[in-house]
Design a protein around this ligand. Structure first.
Ligand code: FAD
Length: 286
């Protein structure tokens, strides 16, 4: 009999923009914090539009909680000097883990010190010295790449420049992910791969979002969700789908999963429970 240990989970949050969102964030964070996540990550607005709320949230999390925090940083629209200033600020807050990203494609402003790709930011953050650096990965290929070889080339380059982890775009084809994981291991050994799992709150929204991200939503998944009229049945299906994907990956030695929470905790908590990850307050937990 194979005994599979509970996996390590991490959770992505976005910075709340008003008091209602703020209340929801802290409720969700409180529920998910009890699952002892390996880290929580905070997104960064494209072109820095959410810089202030991200910084504020990062400050609260580093000061008021003991959960390890990963700051997303999207470098599009920044140059060496402005990005260095942000890295200094993050260091001053006590943030030591970075998800180095590009964000939206930058406009050409003629600034020769502009950061045009995540590779530029990885290089800058590595030279800065204070950060464990993660980057984004695309098992189904980034929409701007002409093929998977091009994508893999730049992922390998990010590892050479100092990245040690890759968190993936969400996907539903686990076999394709596992092939991609093996290719990463061959091309960039030492890069820890953490699959990104998106719980399906709303299949229509997920389908629209997937089209932008280059992720494929299988037709049978859409059919199964749309056939269910009851919201609680759709939630149960969402838990079943995510848990089944994670089980399959765990059977292939994947030990960490990054859950895109959209600042909600109900589905992530249920998925965690299905995977054997229980609350630190659960009297039956070991
Ligand atoms: P890049 O690595 O720059 O890649 C973009 C394209 O350029 C790819 O086709 C790549 O193959 C190619 N490329 C890479 N380097 C080079 C190079 N040096 N020269 C030429 N081509 C190159 N966006 C946000 O705005 N905020 C967030 O908080 C955020 N969080 C995310 C978290 C995760 C886990 C993921 C997967 C994505 C996230 N994104 C976020 C979205 C991300 O910014 C977009 O996917 C963006 O289009 C690409 O970002 P990147 O870091 O992969 O860019």
């Amino acid at each position: 009999m194979t005994i599979v240990n509970a996996p390590q989970l991490s959770f992505e949050f976005f910075p709340p923009k008003n008091t209602v969102q703020e209340r929801r964030f802290w409720r969700s964070f409180g529920a998910l914090e009890l699952l002892c996540p390996s880290f929580v990550s905070v997104t960064w607005g494209a072109l820095g539009v959410d810089a202030e709320p991200s910084m504020k949230l990062l400050e609260s999390l580093t000061k008021d909680t003991s959960v390890p925090v990963v700051a997303h940083l999207a470098c599009s629209g920044m140059n060496i000097s402005s990005a260095s200033a942000v890295l200094d600020k993050l260091s001053a807050l006590g943030v030591t883990r970075l998800l180095a990203l590009r964000g939206d494609a930058p406009k050409n402003t003629g600034d020769t010190s502009a950061l045009r790709h995540a590779t530029d930011l990885v290089q800058l953050a590595a030279a800065h010295g204070d950060f464990e650096i993660s980057v984004a990965g695309y098992p189904e290929v980034h929409p701007e790449s002409s093929n998977s070889l091009e994508d893999m080339h730049w992922l390998r380059r990010k590892a050479e420049l100092g990245a040690s982890k890759v968190v993936t775009q969400f996907f539903f084809d686990t076999d394709n992910f596992l092939r991609w994981r093996d290719e990463v291991a061959a091309q960039a050994p030492g890069l820890t791969v953490i699959p990104g799992i998106l719980p399906i709150e709303d299949i229509d929204k997920v389908t629209r979002f997937a089209a932008v991200c280059g992720s494929h939503v299988p037709n049978d998944l859409v059919t199964r969700f749309t056939a269910l009229k009851d919201a609680s049945d759709r939630s149960s299906l969402a838990v079943e789908v995510a848990a089944k994907m994670c089980d399959r990956m765990q059977s292939e030695a994947v030990e960490q999963f990054h859950i895109y929470t959209l600042n909600r905790s109900t589905l992530p908590v249920r998925i965690a429970s299905a995977l054997g990850v229980t609350s630190a307050l659960d009297p039956l937990a070991a």
